[in-house]
Design a protein around this ligand. Structure first.
Ligand code: C2O
Ligand code: CU
Ligand code: CU
Length: 461
């Protein structure tokens, strides 16, 4: 019934956007804007999103961080064909760099309704394209948006809200002189390993966009703000910090991560954020003098990529701040690795002697799962990396229990769905498979690594 369902309709369409001064950028968008519209759901209330594809090529929609049944999770070959599309579009997929595309014909449609039960806690989710072999270019050209889930627990905390609860999508892009997005053609046949290598590093840009605008400035009152930081870059990692820091430091007070609220607030001077990760932070601008210009900087960048955005602290006298940061935010159950029904290891590695990437030595092969898990059981998974890889799990959030055999790192707290891994690391996570049988994905969220086959199916049954 309509009382228990939220419904959205999105038309995927080409749009001409004004991103750089005086230039137009043709983007592939959800609903004509980049980012796409911010969708909002209530925990426990089903949301249906009908997508129609008005773009000239097939797409797939994935709700990142959603606890979603198989049929709506955005399996990479479950295509939405363009409006008026025919089987010939599916035939065109046969030319894709990876195998398995032939099966897409069965699943292809011209519109698709995704059903999200939203049996999950409040969190900052996002939706983006997930087309097999083309996720990198599709997201780069604009197919990404926020999807926020609210619940009563979070509501009761009196965190900053309304105009002081701001999702910030950080994404780097490169542009050609005419303003168009510049995405290099990735052709394995043309590949020669080099210094700046999109196969190695993924595709990087030199313009940092926040919510689609280059280096924006936000005027803030001397009050607390909740900033929901999302790294929607294809491949770039950031080390975010406030410059100047507030007196006494600890200016980025983390209250949540990928899967919602932490147990307690965690003050950081800097935050490492890998592609697809979310950090929900409170910044208290009353700690700054009126008129201070506070830069959000990227300590891993240089030149144009060292600056993300700026907050100009108002000189006006603010109203009383009605928000709080409670000492206790939520309850997070302790992970139970001793209950694991299975322990599995996944090696994220460059493919020997070629440009691709693998998990446990295999490039992605739809329908060839690397693991089969039993619903109702807990598992311990160990990820081992050769280079930087942001490792992402569909279906479930997880808890990091160890990094390199020691305690989890400073950015591993709470429920996560993506874990930032450095070269030659091992991370152990624990997750419980509760419901939804089907085929789901484990992959690197460096989108070029993903498109170059660093992805695997697992089956839940
Ligand atoms: Cu955000 Cu499988 O992706
Ligand atoms: Cu995902
Ligand atoms: Cu990777």
């Amino acid at each position: 019934s309509s009382g228990t369902t939220d419904a959205y309709e999105i038309i995927q369409q080409t749009a001409r956007l004004r991103i750089l001064p005086g230039l137009e950028t043709t983007a592939w968008t959800y609903g004509g804007s980049f980012p796409g519209p911010t969708l909002v759901s209530c925990s426990g209330r089903r949301t249906v999103v009908r997508h129609r594809n008005g773009l000239p090529h097939p797409t797939v929609v994935h709700l990142h961080g959603g606890h979603t049944p198989y049929g709506s999770d955005g399996y990479p070959t479950a295509l939405i064909l363009p409006q008026g599309g025919t089987a010939s579009h599916a035939d065109a997929m046969a030319g894709m760099p990876m195998s398995g595309a032939a099966g897409s014909r069965d699943e292809a449609v011209v519109e698709r309704t995704y059903t999200y039960p939203m049996e999950q806690r409040a969190a900052t989710l996002w939706y983006h394209d997930h087309r097999m072999g083309f996720t990198g270019p599709n997201v780069w050209h604009g197919l990404a948006g926020f999807h926020l889930v609210h619940d009563d627990e979070e509501e009761a905390l009196h965190l900053p809200r309304g105009g002081r609860d701001i999702p910030l999508m950080i994404a780097d892009r490169a542009f050609a002189a005419d303003g168009s997005f510049r995405y290099p053609a990735l052709d394995p046949a043309q590949h020669t390993p080099g210094v700046s290598d999109p196969y190695m590093d993924g595709v990087l840009g030199d313009v940092l966009l926040v919510n689609g605008a280059p280096w924006p400035v936000l005027e803030t009152q001397r009050l607390r703000y909740r900033l929901r930081l999302l790294n929607a870059s294809n491949a770039r990692r950031y080390r975010l910090a406030l410059d100047p820091p507030p007196p006494g430091g600890g200016g980025l007070v983390q209250i949540g991560g990928d899967g919602g609220l932490l147990e307690r607030p965690l003050a950081h001077d800097a935050l490492d954020i890998a592609p697809a990760e979310r950090f929900d932070v409170i910044v208290d601008f009353s700690r700054y003098r009126p008129g201070t210009r506070v830069r959000l900087v990227n300590r891993l960048g240089s030149g144009s990529t060292a600056d993300v955005m700026r907050f100009d602290v108002s000189t006006a006298r603010p109203p009383a701040d009605d928000s709080r940061i409670p000492e206790r935010l939520s309850a997070i159950p302790a992970p139970r690795p001793e209950r694991a029904a299975a322990t599995r290891t996944f090696h994220f590695q460059r493919r020997a002697g070629s440009a691709g990437w693998t998990i446990n030595g295999s490039p992605y092969e739809p329908g060839s799962p690397l693991a089969t898990v039993q619903l109702g059981t807990t598992e311990l998974w160990r990820f081992v990396t050769d280079f930087h890889h942001p490792v992402h799990l569909h279906l479930n959030h997880f808890q990091v229990i160890a990094r390199n055999g020691r305690s989890p790192g400073p950015y591993d707290a709470g429920w996560k769905d993506t874990v930032d891994m450095h070269p030659a690391e091992s991370v152990e996570i624990v997750t419980r498979f509760t419901d939804y049988p089907g085929r789901f994905l484990l992959h690197c969220h460096n989108l070029e690594h993903e498109d170059m086959a660093m992805m695997a199916d697992f089956v839940a049954e």
